[in-house]
Ligand binder design. Structure first.
Ligand SMILES: [Mg+2]
Length: 311
């Protein structure tokens, strides 16, 4: 008898079922095709195993749902750990210290990113747990229009301090203001920020994305208005300088090393373990978004430095 692989057994049983009218006929057909006598008990086990194997649905393929589920621990940390809140306070306490230390005159400002820098959108990603779809214009729009993002601890107090001490705040976000593409998050974002108590929420200070996702041109526009940025704050390196626009891990690491003295000085980083350009770098940069959920998950694992246990 030939070696009975899973596929061969499945195909063979399907063939037998299709060509017989009854279980008796099927049994006869099956036995006559085998060159050995098979006990009924063994045959029964074969049937049960085969039914179990064929019952595995096509959805067993690794999907976006599985990828979303891999974010549970990162989301739990953001939402539930006191350490996240402490790190946020640490960032804004340091920001206040740096702001107050600056004694130069002129038009001074702070440039802040919005998402995951001053407001917490982790409920968006948590809402995707168990769903087989991810971030996209429609899901993001639905979430933003709910205007339910929470303030990150320390953010409201610090930015009001800047406003109260003569500074301007520019909210530089990649939330889209692109009505031509059927997405304009300007009003919803402004209402959400205003309701949370953030200052200077007006057209002058809101710098949403109207074209490129690169932030340097919008930073330059602040300089062109005569402002000097005392501080830049963000959860993503691209929030600070175009030097960080590289999309591979090596290039990003080198940019950080090259600019290491600026962190805690004019650059202040907020922690975001859920998403960011770091994730695309893990997938190799470039057109990483075209990779399948399975490929992304494998790259998440294969880029880890792992200890080899003895057993
Ligand atoms: Mg951000």
């Amino acid at each position: 008898m030939k070696k009975m692989t899973k596929d061969r057994l499945q195909n063979y049983l399907i063939f037998c079922f299709q060509n017989t009218q009854s279980f008796k006929g099927f049994w006869k057909q099956f036995r006559s095709s085998c060159f050995v006598t098979i006990p009924k008990q063994v045959f029964g086990i074969f049937i049960i195993l085969t039914m179990a194997l064929t019952a595995i649905p096509a959805s067993a393929e690794f999907s976006t749902r599985d990828l979303n589920n891999e974010q549970i621990m990162a989301l739990s940390w953001v939402q539930n750990s006191a350490e996240f809140k402490a790190l946020a306070h640490q960032a804004f306490n340091l920001a206040k210290l740096r702001w107050d230390m600056d004694k130069k005159g002129g038009k001074k400002c702070v440039i802040v990113d919005v998402d995951e820098t001053i407001i917490d959108n982790s409920a968006f990603n948590a809402g995707l747990i168990g769903k087989d779809y991810g971030y996209g214009n429609s899901t993001w729009k639905e979430f933003c229009f709910d205007e339910s993002s929470l303030a990150i601890p320390g953010a409201v107090a610090f930015l009001n301090h800047v406003a109260d001490t003569g500074g301007d705040i520019f909210y530089l976000t990649n939330r889209k203001a692109m009505p031509e593409k059927n997405i304009d998050l300007t009003q919803a974002t402004m209402k959400n920020l205003k309701a949370l108590g953030f200052p200077q929420i007006d057209k002058k200070h809101m710098l949403l994305r109207t074209g490129t996702s690169k932030k340097q041109p919008r930073r330059d526009s602040v300089t062109q208005m005569g402002y000097r940025a005392v501080l830049l704050m963000g959860d993503n390196l691209a929030d600070f300088d175009e030097a960080f626009d590289g999309d591979t891990m090596d290039v990003r690491d080198k940019a950080v090393e090259d600019n290491k003295d600026k962190f805690g000085d004019i650059f202040i980083v907020l922690p975001n373990p859920v998403y960011g350009n770091w994730e695309g770098a893990v997938y190799g940069g470039g057109k990483w978004y075209k990779k399948t959920a399975k490929e992304k998950s494998e790259l998440r694992i294969n880029t880890l430095r792992r200890f080899k246990f003895s057993k």
